[in-house]
Design a protein around this ligand. Structure first.
Ligand code: SF4
Length: 218
């Protein structure tokens, strides 16, 4: 994908305006422990937040620890998360990941990007999500489908590859906002820059955005 790109000054201005417009933007999946968070993040790919949040209360009551998941029966676990997409492969990855955490990390979820992304089913998005929201460690920016869509639409990145978008955003966004910018963009996508029909007339950055007036799912 080749999108038009804002110059650095306007990109920075757009990001600052969005951050100040959504001061309460936060991670959208429910969890109480780091294990809950890892599992919720792993099952969330290509699944609506509401569906994940509907599935996890029962799941988190039945499985509480890394060992619980490592010893889980794969078919039963898949059945318990059957409302999420690709439940079978996600159940398999959760079990494999938790076994690897037991075997190589003493049963504790590792707290670095390299160690997390070496686990099955955990890419940079999930690793960033875990590091930021469970441990307050900020190494990068989680790039989900909303971040991909809005970064392209607004003109913050010309790429569709999540790692390239993450690099562009890390360059534009002040480091102290890396932990929330993904949730800011998602909030903007839900409230104003909606997927099918963005409400550009109400948008706080419509004088800067490269796609002001876009009327379809682009
Ligand atoms: S001007 Fe329109 S396309 Fe651009 S960010 Fe605002 S709502 Fe989205």
């Amino acid at each position: 994908m080749q999108s038009k790109l804002l110059d650095r000054a306007n990109a920075s201005k757009a990001v600052k305006a969005l951050i100040s417009s959504y001061p309460n933007a936060h991670y959208y999946l429910d969890f109480k422990t780091d294990v809950d968070l890892m599992v919720a993040a792993m099952i969330s790919a290509q699944t609506k937040d509401e569906v994940v949040n509907a599935v996890t209360p029962d799941l988190f009551r039945r499985y509480r620890t890394i060992t619980d998941y490592a010893q889980a029966d794969e078919k039963r676990l898949a059945e318990r998360i059957k409302r999420v997409s690709f439940a079978g492969s996600k159940a398999k990855n959760i079990i494999k990941t938790c076994k690897a955490i037991l075997d190589f990390h003493g049963g504790k979820i590792p707290r670095s990007m390299d160690a997390l992304t070496s686990l099955p089913g955990i890419g940079r998005k999930t690793a960033n999500t875990i590091l930021i929201n469970a441990y307050g460690i900020v190494e990068g920016i989680p790039v989900d489908t909303w971040v991909i869509k809005l970064s392209g639409r607004i003109g913050l990145s010309r790429y569709s590859d999540p790692e390239k978008i993450e690099k562009d955003l890390m360059d534009i966004v002040d480091r102290r906002h890396w932990k929330t910018i993904a949730y800011v963009l998602k909030s903007h996508g839900k409230v104003i820059c909606q997927s099918k029909i963005p409400v550009c007339s109400r948008c706080m950055i419509n004088k800067i955005c490269m796609r002001n007036g876009v009327s379809s799912n682009k």
